[in-house]
Ligand binder design. Structure first.
Ligand code: RM4
Ligand code: MN
Length: 445
């Protein structure tokens, strides 16, 4: 049996980062349907993000996108966020919306375009200094449309050169997260199309460079949890961009299209003790002949509460010593602080409730992953009990965790139903009547 209190403790500690751009207008290349009351500047985006945190209690971070969130003084923006109970998270660079980037940014054959792109990336690190952000998130639209258009290998060299220059500029406690994407806007090659390419670059750079997995950036059918498991093992998973998709990079609400996939991903995260810094280690299936210890049922005990799990091993070492200790500790050090970000657009649904729903969807997947009975699963796996092992996973997935989450919210002093509480608050009406005049924020603004 899994300890419910320990599950709740873990859920309380797991934080989700919101994208500023989810609060602005968005659409497809066919049409942007504007919504009344959307923010007109980054300060109003922070106000809206703070609402999501207010009703969920686990989303105190807002990522920014530059120049969409350009302000005169980023320290003022950070202070504004702080006064609303949130902070500024990842700084997302934007080297894809300028005429100079027609042939790419850091990979462009044109040295002027490369120089301009690099200057922007370095400016983003300056912004991190001002906001106190830990993460620089790099996504490049770079690529080519036609065979022969440019030299694939030479473009990799240009990418590596730019990344190295940015890496050298990072300060203590700052990381760069490299995001890959299969295709779009380029249709023949993309310069960072997959996790292998991203990982090679990050490995060449060093500890402060890690990979971001955007769940919408793979070919259909790709086993994302496998990628997650390997990046976790390598200590190179820096963060997620969560969203869901039916076809390509749909940017729909996370957990909407395939909640089972989200659960499988979070199962890997929980197993790797990477849900939050200091998460107590999970018992792994690679335990081999490792002896069962007294604290197996406490696999999710609060990490800072040794009394709840007297036999618990230090963070990074499984209770059974299942992983080689050196590996586990090394991996844990690299993993500290995976950014669980949302990267979504709410084209037709109201934005703030959609973000609240998305946070709830992530929490449901995490709760189910935490409910997997580690010991039962491990025993079945080691015994070659295919059906038993699968059942251990499915039992957790099929648990209705909504009552547990409602209870947790009440314990946190929150309403049990965050969407309902937000809708009843009148904030939605207030921004519609209050935000008149000025230009609504949106893609490219
Ligand atoms: C890209 C990628 C980035 C996001 C932009 C808006 O496809 O997912 O993370 O910042 O879109
Ligand atoms: Mn993304």
């Amino acid at each position: 049996m899994v300890d419910q209190k320990a599950v709740k403790d873990a859920l309380r500690r797991h934080q989700i980062e919101l994208p500023s751009w989810a609060f602005g207008n968005s659409g497809t290349r066919f049409k942007v349907f504007g919504q009344p009351g959307v923010p007109r500047n980054p300060f109003e985006k922070a106000d809206d993000a703070a609402q999501v945190h207010k009703y969920t209690g686990v989303a105190p971070i807002m990522a920014v996108h530059i120049p969409w969130d350009k302000v005169d003084d980023y320290a003022v923006l950070a202070a504004h966020a702080k006064s609303n109970g949130i902070r500024i998270g990842a700084v997302n660079s934007n080297v894809f919306q300028d005429d100079d980037y027609k042939l790419g940014s850091v990979c462009s054959p044109d040295p002027k375009a490369r120089k301009k792109a690099l200057a922007h990336l370095l400016e983003c690190v300056d912004i991190m200094d001002a906001t106190g952000s830990r993460d620089l998130k790099l996504w490049f639209a770079d690529g080519t449309n036609y065979p022969g258009q440019d030299d694939i290998a030479a473009r990799q060299d240009r990418m590596a050169e730019a990344l190295a220059a940015v890496y050298a500029r990072l300060g203590d406690g700052q990381r760069m997260l490299l995001e890959y994407k299969l295709f779009e806007p380029s249709f023949y090659t993309t310069d960072v199309p997959d996790w292998g390419t991203a990982l090679l670059h990050c490995q060449a750079l060093g500890d402060k460079a890690q990979v971001v997995v955007d769940t919408g950036h793979h070919a259909p059918g790709v086993n994302i949890e496998f990628i997650v498991a390997l990046l976790l093992k390598a200590g190179k998973l820096g963060g997620f961009d969560f969203n869901s998709r039916f076809y390509a990079d749909d940017d729909l609400m996370v957990g909407a299209a395939d909640p089972f996939q989200l659960f499988r991903i979070m199962h890997e995260v929980v197993k790797a003790a990477a849900l939050y810094p200091g998460q107590q280690a999970w018992i792994t299936a690679s335990g081999g002949s490792a002896a069962k210890t007294a604290d197996n049922s406490e696999a999710y005990s609060a990490p800072n509460d040794p009394s709840s799990s007297p036999d618990a091993s230090p963070v990074g070492i499984t209770a059974t010593g299942a992983l080689a200790q050196g590996d586990a500790q090394g991996t844990q050090r690299e993993l500290r602080g995976i950014a669980f970000m949302l990267d979504q657009c709410h084209n037709i649904e109201p934005k703030i409730p959609a973000q609240i729903r998305s946070v709830m969807n992530v929490q449901e997947a995490v709760a189910k992953a935490l409910l997997v009975d580690a010991e039962t699963l491990r025993e079945a796996q080691l015994a070659g009990d295919v059906l038993g092992a699968n059942a251990a996973l499915m039992d957790a997935y099929n648990t209705d965790v909504r009552p547990l989450l409602a209870e947790l919210r009440e314990e946190m002093g929150l309403a049990p139903d965050p969407v309902k509480a937000y809708l009843a608050s009148g904030y939605g009406e207030k921004i519609v009547s209050g935000r008149v005049g000025g230009a609504a924020a949106g893609w490219g603004a």
